[in-house]
Design a protein around this ligand. Structure first.
Ligand code: ZN
Ligand code: ZN
Length: 646
């Protein structure tokens, strides 16, 4: 008999060789029907593989990442099987599960696959799914594996096998298709009820542009048809919210091939919006004792050698810039921290002066491959809402609490109602690879955990996920349609103070090393604005939105009144413009609603006479007539409600 420990700590005894499926069945047949894979001592395996020794297990269902991964990875086999039947002689690369679905990289020879061929592949996959094909695992020797794929004439699989250790190689067969694979897979294909192949793309074999370009087919599958319908609806909604599309419609930002890819250009409306965001953060930071600094976009190469960033970014990023005469070398800065360390060093510090909090909207540059660039979320130049806090070890917890307060204030104001925080700690079994004393690490880790608890954060603790220089706290938000985005981060750093030999004089009159905290609540202005666009679908809060109101004269006769009104509003800090196009009022209302303008102010004979406006709220319709003064006060009141500073 062996002891099987369940996640709740319960232990049950089973015969050695019991499978995950049998364990699930022993609990309830219903559970057995839902379970997709099993975690055995943190390794996910097939449900029908024997468990031969005492183990801790987790049964994974569709709701678990591990369950979905086994489901989608198995689906990639089914897709390959369908492709093999429909396109005999093709060669296969790799076919992993991804965050949403799976792909397979395929060499179609001279054939170029088109979207119109996808439905036939989907139909074939469903046919195999209904056949209830079993996934059968077989361990093979390296020699046999190589022989199989050499005979098949598949150079990609041979290349993969050559890199594997003999004794660790397995094949999985479903129907007529055998694949080199480690697993895990479903027991059989019958649980796959809905299939959608979502995209075709080119992908270099092993991501190397010197290799052949293969065809990557993306797909997703579900255990219920209903889930696929929901997913397609979600994709439709995500497409509508795409920040690249909305950014263009609202004239917020652009990219120019002439300026260079991955370098966002903020248009007037976007720049003004970003400035409002920056001022909002500046104000709360000032309240929390931050001081603004400004540093250049480049720094001498030596600076980044000292900081260690050259070793990390040097070879794979933008090359150094050289001066023509002196032969100096500069790097575009990938981080603001080295500059801030130099600012700290401008004068000696006593323990009484700490913490020192230096903030900067600092623009940094990091090379990304052109294929990786994506709107404002993956760029080559971006501005971090950066700050570095230099503090004593005993101040760490309080500083963390304060930064968490700023982050939560931002989330509250911008209506990110769901968020989680991830605490990343070091691996206690491998302390060698981390810099800093055990004592400091323990202190810092405790400080983060306690700060998160005190502020009531929902946290996930990840052991071994800390950076080598210190533990950290990362925030993930869930947007209006349920997608998760990583935003702000707070990181403890023992490394840079060491490298830059930062010091303060303690109460004991001796020299001590301060601890540095890196923090960026938005992450970067670019990424944050992208997330905000997708979260709000471009309907920004009133305080932030480019135009708060549009004035719509019902005919040309009232254009003068409209423009005078605009001036008046401008003086009162209301952002408004006049739509004086020679169009019917109905069309003007529709057009401006589509532009997501929060308030539409219709003016005609009656309004001119009584110095008033007929107010419509975007998406909600008529709000009645208000005097101009009342409207101004009303709008300011609404803005005030949004930015609740308490
Ligand atoms: Zn597989
Ligand atoms: Zn930093």
């Amino acid at each position: 008999m062996i002891n099987i420990t369940f996640p709740d700590g319960n232990v049950r005894q089973y015969d050695a060789g019991v499978t995950g499926y049998e364990i699930a069945y022993s609990i309830s047949p219903r559970l057995a029907a839902e379970v997709l894979a099993v975690g055995v001592n943190d390794e996910t395996i097939d449900l029908n593989r024997p468990i031969t020794a005492d183990a801790s297990i987790k049964l994974y269902k569709w709701d678990d990442v591990e369950g979905r991964q086994a489901f989608w990875h198995s689906s990639s086999h089914i897709m390959a099987e369908a492709l093999q039947e429909l396109y005999p002689g093709i060669k296969f690369g790799i076919g992993p599960a991804i965050e949403s679905g799976f792909y397979y990289d395929v060499d179609f020879g001279s054939h170029s696959l088109s979207e119109t061929e996808l439905p036939a592949i989907e139909a074939k996959m469903l046919e195999f799914a209904r056949e209830k094909q079993n996934f059968v695992r077989r361990d093979v020797t390296k020699e046999e594996a190589l022989k199989t794929y050499t005979e098949k004439g598949d150079p990609y699989k041979c290349e993969l096998i050559n890199e594997l250790q003999d004794g660790t190689i397995s094949f999985y067969t479903s129907g007529n298709f055998t694949d080199l694979c480690r697993g895990p897979h479903l027991i059989d294909t019958s649980v796959i009820k809905a299939v959608k192949l979502t995209a075709i793309a080119g992908a270099y074999w092993r991501g190397n542009e010197k290799n052949k370009m293969l065809t990557r087919i993306y797909g997703i599958t579900f255990p219920q048809k209903k889930f696929l319908d929901e997913y397609l609806q979600f994709l439709e909604e995500a497409k509508k919210r795409d920040h690249r599309k909305i950014g263009k419609e609202l004239e917020l930002f652009t990219f120019s091939q002439q300026v260079g890819q991955g370098l966002p250009i903020w248009l007037p409306k976007g720049a003004a919006l970003r400035e409002r965001l920056e001022n909002f953060l500046r104000k709360v930071q000032k309240k929390h004792g931050y001081q603004q600094v400004i540093s250049p976009h480049i720094g001498q190469k030596e600076l980044f050698v000292t900081s260690g960033h050259y070793a990390k970014y040097g070879a794979d990023s933008f090359k150094p810039i050289q001066t023509p005469v002196e032969g100096e070398e500069f790097l575009l800065k990938p981080m603001n921290c080295p500059h801030h360390c130099e600012i700290y060093k401008v004068k000696p510090h006593s323990y009484k002066e700490l913490p020192i909090r230096l903030a900067e909207f600092g623009t940094v540059y990091r090379y990304e491959q052109s294929g990786e660039l994506h709107g404002l979320t993956r760029v080559r130049g971006f501005t971090q809402d950066d700050a570095h806090i230099f503090c004593r070890p005993d101040q760490l917890k309080e500083e963390f609490c304060k930064v968490i307060d700023i982050v939560l204030y931002i989330f509250r104001t911008l209506e990110f109602k769901e968020y989680t925080a991830q605490v990343s700690l070091r691996d206690p079994n491998d302390t060698e690879k981390y810099i800093g004393s055990d004592e400091n690490w323990e202190k810092a880790e405790r400080a983060i955990i306690e700060a998160a608890e005190e502020r009531g954060l929902k946290t996930v603790v990840e052991v071994g996920e800390a950076a080598f220089y210190g533990p950290k706290l990362d925030f993930m938000v869930r947007d209006a349609i349920g997608r998760k985005w990583q935003l702000g981060t707070i990181q403890v750093d023992y490394n840079l103070p060491e490298r830059f030999e930062l010091e303060y004089i303690g109460a004991d009159d001796k020299r001590h090393r301060p601890i540095m905290i890196h923090r960026a609540p938005f992450g970067s202005m670019e990424r944050f604005v992208a997330v905000l666009i997708e979260h709000t679908s471009g309907k920004f809060p009133l305080w932030l939105t480019p135009e708060q109101a549009v004035i719509l004269p019902v005919s040309e006769k009232y254009n003068d009144y409209a423009h005078a009104l605009q001036n008046r509003l401008e003086q009162e800090d209301v952002r408004a413009f006049v739509d004086d196009r020679n169009e019917k009022i109905g069309k003007k209302i529709r057009d401006n609603e589509l532009q997501r303008i929060p308030y539409l102010l219709v003016v005609g004979e009656k309004e001119v006479e009584s110095e008033s406006v007929a107010v419509r709220k975007q998406g909600e319709g008529d709000r009645g007539t208000m005097s101009v003064n009342d409207f101004i006060n009303f709008l300011h009141g609404e803005v005030k409600k949004e930015i609740d500073e308490n």
